[in-house]
Design a binder for this molecule. Structure first.
Ligand SMILES: O=C(O)[C@H](O)[C@@H](O)[C@H](O)[C@H](O)COP(=O)(O)O
Length: 256
């Protein structure tokens, strides 16, 4: 049973700094415990603020980045290098500033990659990449120490949108067409894959997210509010600023 915690910070900048500090500590703990760490990135504005905060924290150098595997929870299915790709934004925000091992950074395929403009084939390719990195035995996914998610105003996470067929997918990676958030074609980890992560962090900033966060923590279903359907094996953290937390019951909150 996952342990759920809600942490509320005064404003978006403090939220980004707090999440960045948590991420570094979580990676350091994972490396102390396992000798390596696996993190899963997301896209969006608050995530980019977190990435920039990680880049700018001196404590980033306490991490052995050569032993960190970087995965993505979802990607906009666009040509490599497109400024709208989550990979492009993450590389610009922090990855390019870190001494990562290039073969341990695993972007989702681009629409001009080996599968061309076929998102289903690209999703299958990423699933194969994940399986190849999985441990021995029947594992189909590597060990994710922490998987980060932004939260949409409609309660979407990664590229799993409300009432979308992808909610019913059981395979680990799926193509998404008709995304209500542009661009329309995406690739996403599914809920079953997301929920294999040790820690799932849902990061939300701004009053526009308050209703979705309140519904997700208030018992909404996972198809109506996808953010309600994800949880880490060990921990689920809701990392919010005050504006995003206004509809969270006080019993849930640990105000900062
Ligand atoms: O590809 C994407 O767009 C993201 O993965 C998406 O799931 C994002 O995290 C949320 O839409 C929140 O985005 P904001 O933080 O910008 O509101």
């Amino acid at each position: 049973m996952t342990e759920t915690a809600v942490e509320v910070h005064a404003d978006p900048d403090l939220l980004a700094q707090a999440v960045a500090a948590r991420l570094l500590v979580r990676i350091i703990d994972a490396q102390a415990e396992r000798g390596e760490a696996g993190i899963v990135l997301t896209g969006g504005r608050i995530a980019a603020s977190v990435y920039r905060a990680v880049r700018d924290l001196p404590a980033r150098d306490a991490v052995d980045w050569s032993r960190v595997d970087v995965w993505w929870g979802d990607e906009r299915f666009l040509p490599a290098g497109d400024p709208e790709r989550n990979e492009t934004q993450a590389r610009e925000a922090f990855l390019d500033a870190l001494p990562l091992a290039p073969n341990r950074v695993h972007p989702m395929p681009a629409s001009d990659g080996p599968d061309g403009a076929d998102p289903e084939a690209a999703a299958a390719r990423y699933a194969a990449t994940l399986a190849a990195a999985a441990g021995p035995g029947t594992a189909t996914l590597p060990y994710f120490d922490v998987l980060m998610l932004g939260v949409g105003e409609d309660g979407h996470i990664a590229s799993i949108f409300p009432e979308h067929p992808v909610s019913y997918e059981n395979r680990p990676v799926s193509a998404v067409r008709g995304s209500p958030k542009p661009p329309p074609v995406r690739i996403t980890l599914t809920r079953s894959a997301i929920n294999t992560a040790e820690d799932v962090w849902l990061i939300a900033s701004g009053s526009g997210k308050a209703r979705a966060v309140g519904m997700a923590l208030g018992g909404a279903g996972p198809v109506q509010v996808p953010a309600a359907g994800v949880a880490g094996v060990q921990r689920t953290r809701w990392l919010l600023d005050r504006a995003a937390a206004t509809e969270v019951k006080p019993s849930f909150r640990s105000l900062r």
